[in-house]
Design a protein around this ligand. Structure first.
Ligand SMILES: [Zn+2]
Ligand SMILES: [Zn+2]
Length: 336
């Protein structure tokens, strides 16, 4: 089959590799749609994981089912999450493989979905393989994974409909967070980002106030817009020093800062405002596929505002270039 293989920094190539074999506990999915994730870009830029076949935001059709797999039929349209617990650590021995301390992930430690076919191990419907309702296109379904991360962070914050929130950092995760917050009915959403394409998307996703942080002091505008009260919850979705500081600045007394963005660099920070304002800094890493599928099915969330570029497998080098450096790019999709 054809697959996109990483060979080093900024060097990804479409090649012929052997088809995946179906393990007794696995399924093979013929890939229809696969998104490029920010984490993929990190390895693409930093010369890590040579030989990797990326792709963990995907959808397709089941074409082969392992003999030990129950409740999944060939021909099923689905999305899936691929992980293989180590089976040896404390959490695995407690039957809590989802907390495994040595988890292998599809698209990083073993071959992902930027290929014609992908093998998903330990397949179980409703646990890591999710059949699609008719309302979801393959592109919607490939968006369930990033949406589920945003959903998880919003759900962890439990915002009330009387509350004001800020979303700082308008990558795909921040933009989906706006959609989920809108669906949750929060009173006011203030969004801050830097690229015009993403500012426009934030508005389309339901942000009430959109701040161009490239030319404006985002924290000052958020404080002014809230009568100097600040927001109940600030979602940090960029993973930088500046945006972290802004979130601490704009969170009101007793408020929350949700840490959603991935930090490439360590922070230097003064804990005093966190202490004096009794803020909660809350780390967010998790997902909820069924809730996200439901948001897409009911139209409360949509991939439409996100997807800006589409490439076939042969165009994968161009696809990564676009995702990495085209200012208009929000989410770039591969269609094998
Ligand atoms: Zn991802
Ligand atoms: Zn384990």
């Amino acid at each position: 089959m054809k697959a996109a293989v990483l060979h080093g920094a900024f060097d990804i190539r479409t090649e012929t590799v052997s088809d995946p074999a179906c393990e007794p506990h696995g399924v093979i999915i013929k890939v229809k749609s696969c998104g490029i994730c920010g984490s993929d870009l990190h390895y693409y830029r930093h010369d890590g994981h040579d030989g990797t076949i990326f792709g963990h935001e995907f959808s397709g059709d089941i074409v082969e089912v392992g003999k030990d797999v129950k409740g999944i039929a060939t021909g099923t349209r689905c999305t899936a999450v691929g992980f293989a617990p180590c089976g040896k650590c404390y959490w695995c021995s407690q039957g809590k493989g989802h907390r495994c301390s040595d988890m292998a992930l599809l698209g990083y430690h073993f071959a992902g979905a930027m290929a014609q076919y992908v093998h998903v191990p330990f397949a179980a419907p409703g646990r890591n393989v999710f059949p699609l309702p008719d309302e979801l296109s393959y592109e919607d379904a490939a968006s369930v994974e990033p949406l589920s991360i945003s959903y998880f962070s919003v759900n962890r914050a439990q915002p009330k409909d009387t509350e004001t929130v800020a979303v700082i950092g308008l990558g795909v995760i921040g933009l989906y967070a706006i959609q989920v917050l809108k669906a949750a009915g929060v009173k006011q959403i203030l969004a801050s980002g830097r690229r015009p394409s993403r500012l426009a998307a934030a508005k389309a996703c339901g942000a009430d106030v959109v701040i161009d942080a490239a030319g404006q002091d985002a924290a000052k505008i958020i404080l002014e817009a809230t009568g100097n009260m600040g927001v109940n919850t600030a979602f940090e979705c960029a993973g930088t020093q500046t945006t972290f500081d802004q979130c601490v600045d704009v969170a009101r007394g007793g408020g929350k800062v949700m840490l959603v963005g991935v930090y490439e660099d360590a922070l230097t920070w003064q804990p005093l405002p966190v202490i004096s304002k009794n803020l909660s800094l809350i780390g967010c890493l998790g997902g909820n596929f069924p809730a996200s599928i439901d948001l897409l099915k009911t139209g409360k969330a949509s991939a439409k505002q996100m997807i800006t570029h589409r490439f076939g497998l042969d165009g994968v080098a161009d696809a990564f270039r676009a995702q990495n450096s085209d200012p208009a790019a929000i989410k770039v999709m591969i269609q094998p």
